[in-house]
Design a protein. Structure first.
Length: 479
């Protein structure tokens, strides 16, 4: 009697389906691809409010109205950015050089989704995958499974109805460490889109599969002497308070010169900032930061300022919108100097401009290398110096960090829910990840019209009697 065949895992079946979908996708032309993308975009746009409410209810993070804004970015702005991009066949040609660029899909993609942006990130990753004809498997976080599955289901139905392969969009209903590890280790998986905790991104990188990842954001905002203080504070708060600060690009610290501190502090107080005293600082640090790991506590992420203050035993006046934490150091000894995705802002007063910019650099080095930094200034020399000194992939000038870094609203950066941070953040690029990053670009290279290198006899390179200067002269004579 033969032994029964081993039961195939869910992860294996997902990838088998994705491979079949990838083959079918390759048969679609640009028009068919664009019809699918538009259908998914419109359906997700229709469901923007319902999905936002679901995300807020399931995760108890942020505010549902702000999650609608995030869903609008992931649908309307992302679609407007990618709709006219050519992603099928010839996408570029340099007739003079004899080179034609041809776009091909990379293959099955695994997309991780963070609990802070469940519906918006799911929509975003599905849209850029479909635009590039790549089947995608969504892996939701445990605390937002219902939202991610509902979002993926909506997108899947719209895609198939518009002509997409049956398994163009799939998802893990209840991901386990084992099923996720199996997916990431499978050689049939072409690419991992890793958005989430630092530990998750690092785990993805260790699989040996190609990874597009993100890094943490400890975003400093410098408010200079030439800045409009009222406007600067208003923009900082509009960013930091969006969805209770759950976007990693939101400001984490405000840095000012001592000579400007009173002016800027007065604006924060007028607009709902509550400055903590030393005792309150210590109490908030114990609540907002995990004392064992030195990272933000899950208990405060995306929570309203009143709940955070109450948890720390701090009484704040009515109308308080953000807790301001005056600090003098950056590092483990100053817990509130770390990234905290909540309505909490560190506050630094420095003696002069150079010290202030050094402080901004120190903040980014403390868990935010390559991510985002903001300068509020109308002095071009100061802005240029800031951009050269601070290691950030997105240097934002006089704009709110969240809206500026996500792109498409107040800046012309590509709208994206994946903000990569370069080698400093453990990533291969500093780009806002979008559809073009999910393409294999093949290059057809024809013989040059006048291949002058071929006119040089190979013996010339082997003749040691020809010195470097003579070799250079002959080389340039031919070129």
């Amino acid at each position: 009697m033969s032994e029964p065949l081993p039961r195939r895992s869910r992860a294996h079946d997902l990838l088998t389906n994705a491979v079949e979908a990838a083959a079918a996708f390759r048969r679609l032309d640009q028009d068919a691809t664009d019809r699918i993308v538009r259908a998914v975009y419109l359906r997700a746009l229709d469901e923007r409010v319902a999905l936002a409410r679901m995300a807020a209810e399931e995760t108890d993070l942020g505010r549902w109205r702000d999650k609608v804004v995030k869903n609008m970015i992931a649908t309307q702005l992302v679609y407007e950015d990618i709709k006219d991009q050519r992603t099928v066949g010839a996408i570029g040609e340099d007739a003079r050089a004899g080179i034609v660029e041809v776009a091909q899909p990379v293959g099955p993609v695994l997309g991780f989704v963070p609990v802070t942006n469940p519906s918006s990130t799911t929509i975003f990753k599905i849209l850029i995958a479909l635009k590039t004809r790549n089947p995608i498997i969504i892996s939701p976080p445990q605390a937002a499974q219902r939202t991610c599955v509902a979002t993926a289901t909506i997108c899947h139905e719209a895609a198939v109805a518009a002509g997409a392969p049956d398994h163009a969009v799939q998802w893990l209903t209840k991901p386990t460490p084992r099923s996720v590890d199996e997916l990431m280790a499978d050689p049939r998986l072409a690419l991992i889109l890793a958005t989430g905790t630092t530990r998750l991104v690092q785990k993805a990188l260790q699989t040996g599969r190609p990874v597009l990842g993100v890094g943490p954001g400890n975003v400093p905002a410098y408010v200079g002497a030439t800045a409009d203080a009222a406007y600067a504070v208003r923009t900082i708060l509009s960013s930091k308070l969006l969805d209770n600060g759950t976007v990693c690009a939101s400001e984490q610290a405000v840095v000012v010169k001592e000579s400007e501190a009173a002016r800027v502090r007065a604006e924060f107080e007028a607009q709902g900032g509550y400055f903590l005293d030393p005792e309150q600082l210590a109490a908030l640090g114990r609540v907002a930061v995990d004392q064992t790991r030195g990272t933000m506590s899950a208990l405060v992420v995306g929570q309203p300022v009143e709940r955070i203050a109450a948890g720390a035993g701090i009484t704040v006046p009515p109308g308080t919108r953000v807790l301001m934490a005056p600090l003098h150091e950056v590092g483990p000894q100053a817990p509130l100097s770390t990234e905290i995705l909540a309505p909490v802002l560190a506050w630094y007063e420095e003696p002069d401009f150079d010290a202030a910019i050094d402080r901004c650099s120190e903040i980014t080095r403390h868990g935010g290398l390559g991510h985002t930094a903001v300068i509020h200034s109308n002095n071009d020399e100061r802005i240029e110096h800031f951009s050269q000194v601070v290691d950030a992939g997105r240097i934002l000038v006089n704009v709110p960090a969240t809206q500026g870094a996500l792109g498409g609203m107040v800046t012309s950066l590509a709208p994206s829910f994946m903000l990569s941070c370069g080698p400093g953040g453990g990533n291969v690029t500093m780009d806002n990840i979008t559809a073009r990053h999910l393409l294999n670009v093949h290059r057809i290279a024809r013989r040059r019209p006048n291949p002058r290198w071929a006119a040089l006899p190979p013996e010339l390179f082997l003749d040691e009697s020809v010195d470097a200067a003579e070799l250079e002269r002959r080389f340039h004579r031919n070129f």
